[in-house]
Every structure is written in C-alpha cells, then in structure tokens.
Design a protein around this ligand. Sequence first.
Ligand code: C2O
Length: 558
Amino acid sequence: MASLSSLLLLSSYSQTKTKSSISSNKRHVVVNYVSCKAASNNGEDSVSKFDRREVLFGLGGLYGVVTATSSVLAAPLTPDIFNCHMAKTPGGIKDCCPPQIGKIIHFVPPKIQQPYVRRPAAHLMNQTQIEELESGIKKLKQLDEGDPHSFLHQAKIHCAYCDYVYNQLGSITETRFGVHSNALFFPFHRAYLYFFERILRHYIGNPNFAIPFWNWDSPPGMYMPEFYNRPSSSLYDHLRDPRHDPHKLIYLNYNGKTEDHSFDVVDCNLRWMNDRMQVQSPRSFLGRVLKAGETPNPTDMGTIEQSPHNNIHDWLGTKTPHFEDMGSFYSAALDPLFYAHHANIDRLWNIWKTLDGNPKDHIDPDWLNSSFVFYDENKNAVNIKVSDCLDTEKLGYVYQEVPLPWLHMNKIPTPNPWIRTEESEPPIVNFPQILNSDITTMVDRPEEDRSGEEVDEVLVLEDVEYDPTTRVHFDVLVNVVDKAQDRCAAFLEFVGSFKNIPHGLHHHDKTSLRFVITEVIQGLGLERDKNLAVKIEPMVGGEGVTVGGIKIQLEPLR
Ligand code: C2O
C-alpha cells in the first residue's frame, strides 16, 4: 500500500508540474508514468526495479494513482527515486539503490536554539571531539548494510546521485539525475552532509556534535589531518594513495603527474584559492542551472567544483585500478575524509556569499525547487529542496571562523615569460588532434571592437571527446610556447585545467570546454594582439582525449 505521505508527495509533484505547465510553454512534455517506468533502458536492472516497487506499494497502489495523472514535465530537477537503476561505475555494475523507501516526508527546518559549530579538522579539534567522531563513524560502520544509516549505505547515496541511478522525475527520455558538473553540486552535498551529521549525532548521543571541516585553503590544513590516518581508527581508509600521508603538502590543482613542485606550493595554493573564490556570477561559482531534460556537462561546473574539489578527490584515491575510494565517485564517500573535504567545500559556499562584489545564489526557480531525498535519524526518507539549503544557520549550524590567508592574493605572471617574435611563434595546428603530447598553436582573437562593452573573452576547446570512466587531466595555457614545465596554476598564463574523476557512463562524453581569459589578457598586456599562443598540456590520460578545435569568442557578461 502506498503510504499517505508518499501519495501526498506525489500529488505535490503533480501540482508543481501543473503550475509549470502554466508558467512555461516551452516545456510541454506529456508524461505517462507507466510507460516511462516500464521501458527499461537496457534490461539488466528492470527486474529489481519492479520488485522493489511491488514490495513498496503493491501493484495498483502507486501505479494506480500516478497513471491517472498525465502531466507535464516538472521544470525543477527531482530524482525519481522509485525507479532506481544499477550504477555503471568504473569499478563495474553496482547496486547503489536505497534499501527501502516506504514513506517520504517533506523537510521541515529544525527549531534552533543555538547553531552548532563545525570546526577545522587537524588543528582545532580537541581529543573529545575526535573521539566522538571516531565512535560515531564506528557505529555506522557496524550497522547492517541494509540499514539506511549504515556507513555503507550512506556512501551509496553518493554513488546514487553521482553515478546516475535515478531518472529525472517525469523525464520521458529517461534523462538521468546527476549532481556533479552543474549548480546542484553545492546544495546536494550540503544536504547530504547535513543528514549524515544528524544521523551521527543520534548515534553519538551528543546533540551538539558537529562534523569537522578539512581546512585545506589555509596552510595548517594543507595536509591530511593526522587522526584520519591511524590504521586502528574508524576514520582510516586503506584505499588511499600511500604517498599522500599527513606529511605531504597538497597542491590544490594536483595534476596526477607531478609529485614535487619547483614552485612555492603554499603560495600557489593561496593564489589559486583566491582565483577560484573571486568570481561574481553564480554561473561561474555555483555552476550552471540544469534544465529538465538536460544532463550534466563538465563545462557547466563551477570554479571550486572543478578545482580544488576534483583534484583533492584525485589526490586521495589509489591510482589503480579504479581510483577507489576518493578518486572515483561511486566509492568516494566510503572514505571518512570525504565528509571533512565536503564540509570545507560547503563552508566556502558560505564565505563566497560574504565576499565583495555582491555574489548571489541563483534565483532561478528551477534550481530553487529542485530537490533530493535523504534519510533522517529516524529513517524517514525526507525530500529537501535547494531553497531549504541556502542558509546554514536555518539548518542549525555555522562554521568556526578561521583566517582566510588567500584573500586578495592575486595571480602572478610566470617568472620566465615568452618574448614574442615572428620566429618564436608556433604554427597553426589543424584539428582534430589526439592529446598524446602537448599541442601549441596560434589562435585568432575575435575582431569586434570590445571597448565599452560588457563582454568576456572566452577560449573554447570544441568537441573534446574522452571516456568518462577514465582519469584525465590536462592544463590550458596562453602565451606559453616552451616545453612542458612545472607551472603553478596561479600564474596568469595558466587559464585552467580539465580533470575528469572517473564516474558512470550516463554522461556527455563529448563536450566543449570554456575558459574565461579576459583578465589573463589584461594582466599580461595582450589587449592589442590579434592572435594568441595557446597551449594544451596533457598530464594524465591525454592519449584517450581528442580535441576537435580551438577558438576564442566574446560572450556577454550576463
Ligand atoms: Cu559528489 Cu566530492 O563529490
């Protein structure tokens, strides 16, 4: 029998859809839930899917209710959690589906007396706090795998949302729901940690317990916190890169190739952090808002997600065969450090909103009304919207304030810049090209007069093809023609990196990548040049990447 609340939830979905059909004429897609559900994409998971649904609702329950309502595709993105597919991960086919969803309730913000404080791991946690965290994780690890509170199941939630096991609710084309490479990245991980912390608190029995954040944007935090690396601790994970122990300084744009750098890594990290944080548009910081029916695309990623977020995943994971745990999304949350890593990401979202230049969250209702489902400490499945996640104080927590040593640390030019002469100019390269070695080419800049206009100059790598289940990293530079060198990401010439964290196949495997170069051009004084030298340097996995073309275009700022 369908429980009352799941019916209520479904009826509220239908209401949303009805509203959106009125307000948006663009999205008239008629959905028939039964035919959509019955069409399995490739058969291997259809049986378990139907079993699950029968067990939960009995045939006729959910089906009966929903088939009566042919409705319009909801514009906000919502996972269709009653229709869970197997995850195709770099480590093989995995079941990341929830063990049971009997009842879904809507999120109600907690009543807050005093917000609890998340503290920096490594240098400001006291012994009692470390022991509480250890005991909480240990308890979750001891729970049965089928228990939604178990550590294993909690990690599967990440797999489910990051390896595309759910369709977008109402999608007739079985478009999958994914929270990476788009603006759902920050709110999804915030809500995920929030419920994880509520569960931990329940098992620890301390109502003020808070998870720590790994303060890798500050010099004392640029190492793995030592207490995560004691083999007898529940916080230990043996599936980590053994070279990256608590003595190893992290390079925040870790490229997977170079371990020891010739530049000052701490200084570079701080400048890189400032670069990532000083972006004003929500599109650049949070990522682009995905519309119903669209799948995530790497070019829609926000600055922090791209780097250092992805790089720290890669830095921690083993290097063979599937980069577990942190280096692959299906397994990442099996490493207890995942939660501290993401608490820092979450904290940076709060900090971004306090920086000058008035950064703001997206106001697009499609984003604000998008939602996720998590278990709370009472094992209720709770539907929480992005709009519920914007203010951590309303969720009942704050971050301890610690110094921001990166603030106003700008990018700097490389110490040995290219002196341009006719002879030293690289020839124009014809595309497509396989990225098995460096590519250096001259690229024309657009001719339009850009004085007085609010435009960004954008370098675009067109039709980049790669296998999303593989590990890839390449860097993109302008005004550099020499052989690959060890270069800090905070050199002006360095315009960005592409890093793929291996994940499931339901994803674009061909994409165009954009790099905004307006400030680079001003900083290097290249405004008058008609063309630019552009260099692509593969670091890992380049032999599996094809670049279709390169161009520079002007894009309106808004
Ligand atoms: Cu969903 Cu850091 O990953």
